[in-house]
Ligand binder design. Structure first.
Ligand SMILES: [Zn+2]
Ligand SMILES: [Zn+2]
Length: 588
């Protein structure tokens, strides 16, 4: 070996550029009384798989952790001592091993915060237990004394060297691990605890022959995996058996990194959320509300820039009193959206595309206003201009059930056979004032009537594909082509019943719909309108925080950043620009 420092340096700078971006992987440090004693095998395995390993200090400082998580692309929860059972609400059993008071609190918090951000995580030994304890599961504090079938137990704490495999684990079909390793794998074993309950976000995918849980994966298709053995130990003796696992993990982190980079670069807009429906339940935009899917936290976690909040009106009686009440309710909801934003630091009302871009550039979140159901107009055409002057960017002509404007896609008596005479006036007036015509919820007749009547491109703020799921709320391929022909845009939505007939939809189905819509209408005419806080949301794509998962999946389907820019708001804002440019000049 040479000790020529100058030679090392010259070799390092001999090509330019000689490195591309690589995923940054945080390893939780095994801190204790004597400092950090983290086996080199962890960083060596990550490095060998193409990641950049860094050690995370033991700290429960939330501000530090959040800022750190903004910079990490993946986390390895490393091995070490037992977790203090008090954190899962249990008293210690006599055979509990050493606990590590330095690590527990910070690592459990880190895991929860990383989970909210969809950051890929790999748990190893203590790490699988950290995953479970942080995400609502629990452990047997000691296998020999707590496991119900302890008489049948294999030896889980081997005396053999660290890189020697001593028992088998069998993988469930369809798991990531079975894809990487086949049916079973011989592993090493250095633990006396094991998983008892996984919690709702994890599922067991591997067991040893005595039934002990050996691995878990995400129930929601996320990049989370925990193993009870020590895959890192093998690399130190040049054994690459476990490298597929590290390679998988680093690849997931790289896909996360690329999606994150795309979201930082492009403006991401969700064109239909129903958060005002939760106003009466006391949700606050600045809190990570349990019952909500759209708030500052989730938009920050999912790197989403803007949403269009709908003042939603259920279709009720069309009596004079009913119509007056509808108009009043719309006004109240619109005022509520503005109050909510005014009391939220970092959020801002936006009224046009320029506002949205400026707001993103300032690192803030933008909120547009829409109205879902033309019922809000009553029978007074002057209300169109009045709502437009309040800043409303689109009006959905109807909801479920016919109204004075048009027939609906569902619960329709086919009252008008499409747009009513008043509806035609409304569409023309919307064109005049610069409000987008939203045809989600409209019947097919209404849809074609409105496209013909409108001098401007129209939108469907939250509708998916009928060819992928036969529901009258979805758009047929002919409708998608007609929208594209008219320069309009269809925004795919995530209500499970619109994604799959049996309602058992996941993010897979959302991706399937979007790709089909792009195939039919073209990349310039498709976007995303989640319907979160309405009925939208499926496993893997259940809140604004999880939108990065969608970007990752669409990138895997082959969409590039330019295409994602169009899909994630570019197309919709393009229509908004055109419609507003030809409308009233409004100062907001
Ligand atoms: Zn809605
Ligand atoms: Zn709706």
């Amino acid at each position: 070996m040479s000790y020529e420092l100058r030679g090392d340096y010259n070799a390092a700078v001999s090509h330019f550029p000689n490195h591309g971006p690589r995923p940054l992987i945080g390893l939780t440090g095994n801190f204790g009384d004597k400092g950090c004693e983290l086996a080199e095998a962890y960083s060596s395995s990550i490095e060998a798989a193409g990641g950049i390993p860094v050690v995370i200090p033991a700290s429960a400082n939330a501000t530090m952790l959040l800022s750190l998580l903004d910079r990490l692309d993946g986390i390895v929860l490393t091995g070490g001592a037992d977790i203090n059972p008090l954190f899962t609400g249990e008293e210690p059993v006599p055979a509990l091993g050493n606990i590590n008071a330095h690590r527990d609190r910070g690592e459990l918090l880190l895991t929860q915060l990383a989970f909210d951000r969809q950051i890929p995580m790999l748990g190893i030994c203590r790490g699988i237990q950290t995953l479970a304890c942080a995400l609502g599961g629990s452990v047997y504090q000691d296998l020999n004394t707590c496991y119900p079938h302890s008489g049948d137990l294999l030896k889980h704490s081997q005396n053999a060297a660290r890189h020697v495999a001593t028992h088998y684990v069998s993988f469930d079909e369809g798991s990531v691990l079975s894809r990487l390793f086949g049916e079973r794998l011989a592993v090493n074993s250095f633990h006396h605890q094991a998983l008892k309950e996984t919690g709702e976000h994890l599922r067991v995918v591997a067991r040893s022959s005595d039934g002990v849980v050996e691995a878990v994966e995400s129930t929601e298709g996320k990049s989370i995996l925990g193993v009870q053995w020590h895959p890192e130990s093998f690399i130190m003796v040049g054994d690459r058996t476990m490298m597929p696992l590290f390679k998988w993990f680093v690849d997931e982190a790289d896909s996360y990194r690329r999606a994150l980079e795309a979201h930082r670069d492009i403006l991401t807009l969700d064109t239909h959320v129903d958060t005002p429906m939760l106003f009466d339940e006391g949700v606050q935009f600045y809190l990570r509300n349990k019952q909500g899917r759209v708030d500052m936290h989730r938009m920050t976690e999912g790197h989403m820039d803007a949403v269009i909040m709908a003042a939603y009106l259920r279709q009720e009686e069309r009596t004079p009193e009913g119509l007056d009440a509808a108009t009043e309710k719309a006004e109240r909801l619109l005022a509520g959206i503005q109050d909510m934003v005014a009391t939220t630091r970092g959020a801002q009302m936006v009224f046009n595309p320029k506002d949205a871009f400026r707001t993103k550039a300032m690192g803030r979140k933008g909120v547009f206003m829409g109205i879902e159901n033309g019922y809000a107009l009553g029978r007074d055409i002057a209300n169109v201009e009045r709502f437009r002057r309040m800043g409303v960017v689109y009006l959905t002509l109807c909801h479920n059930g016919d109204n004075d404007i048009c027939d609906s896609a569902v619960r329709s008596q086919r009252e008008w056979g499409g747009l009513s005479p008043f509806g035609r006036d409304v569409v023309r007036e919307m064109n005049r004032v610069g409000m987008m015509v939203d045809l989600s919820h409209a019947s097919e007749d209404t849809f074609y009537d409105a496209i013909e009547c409108s001098s401007m491109p129209v939108v469907c703020s939250h509708s998916s594909s009928r060819a992928c799921c036969d529901h009258p709320r979805n758009l047929t391929d002919d409708q998608l082509r007609a929208l594209a022909e008219a320069d309009g845009v269809a925004q795919a939505t995530f209500y499970p019943g619109f994604l799959r007939a049996d309602g058992e939809a996941t993010i897979d189905d959302a991706v399937r719909h979007i790709m089909h819509m792009i195939d039919v209408a073209g990349i310039d005419h498709v976007g995303i309108g989640s319907d979160f806080d309405g009925d939208g949301g499926v496993p893997g794509l259940d809140s604004e925080a999880e939108m990065l998962n969608l970007t990752r999946r669409l990138m895997a389907e082959g969409l590039n950043v330019g295409q994602l820019r169009k899909l994630w708001g570019g197309n919709f804002l393009h229509v908004m620009s055109r419609v507003q440019y030809c409308g009233l000049k409004i100062d907001n």
